[in-house]
Write a protein that binds this ligand. Structure first.
Ligand SMILES: [Zn+2]
Ligand SMILES: [Zn+2]
Length: 165
């Protein structure tokens, strides 16, 4: 996964050396994912090797290094995993989904609203996770109440602040 421009400063200066040593030294050129990616298409260690065809798709594997806690500053080897792009993308998508859900909940609470519903957060290593089938039955307001809730969400925060002042 390419380093996002806004995160580039957060990587240590010797990140290229750290990354190379993990990929070629510890990992021996093979994806180190043991299922952390959550995509559930490989059992045990992912068989993908750098510059070889990926299983399933046949596209060329590019080995990358993932931060298990998604924190670029934490470059302890225990926090790093060499991952093929398929595993890395999936691992980060899980994280982005959870972050986005948390951001939405925080915005609702900041606006003085109760969360309308809480999305289930999948365990990272649970390959069978299906977002729709496993959604628990919760007490969601009926469609008649949605317009009011949506309007509250759309109210600019600035307006709320000036109202309170
Ligand atoms: Zn992999
Ligand atoms: Zn994987």
């Amino acid at each position: 996964m390419p380093i996002r421009p806004e995160n580039r400063r957060r990587y240590p200066a010797d990140w290229p050396e750290i990354s190379l040593s993990i990929r070629t030294g510890r990992a021996g050129g093979q994806c180190e994912c043991l299922g952390e990616c959550g995509r559930g298409t490989h059992h045990g260690r992912c068989p993908n090797r750098n510059a070889r065809p990926a299983y399933g798709t046949g596209s060329t594997v590019v080995l990358t290094v993932a931060h298990l806690d998604h924190t670029p500053e934490h470059c302890d080897p225990a926090n790093l995993r060499a991952m093929c792009q398929g595993c890395h993308l999936h691992y980060d998508q899980d994280h982005h989904r959870q972050t986005a859900a948390a951001t939405r909940r925080a915005a609702l609470e900041q606006a003085g609203q109760q969360p309308l519903f809480v999305e289930p957060v999948p365990a990272v290593c649970e390959p069978e996770w299906q977002p729709r089938r496993r959604r628990p039955v919760v007490d969601v307001p009926g469609p008649d109440h949605w317009p009011a809730a949506a309007a509250a969400l759309l109210t600019p925060l600035a307006t709320k602040e000036t109202d309170g002042a």
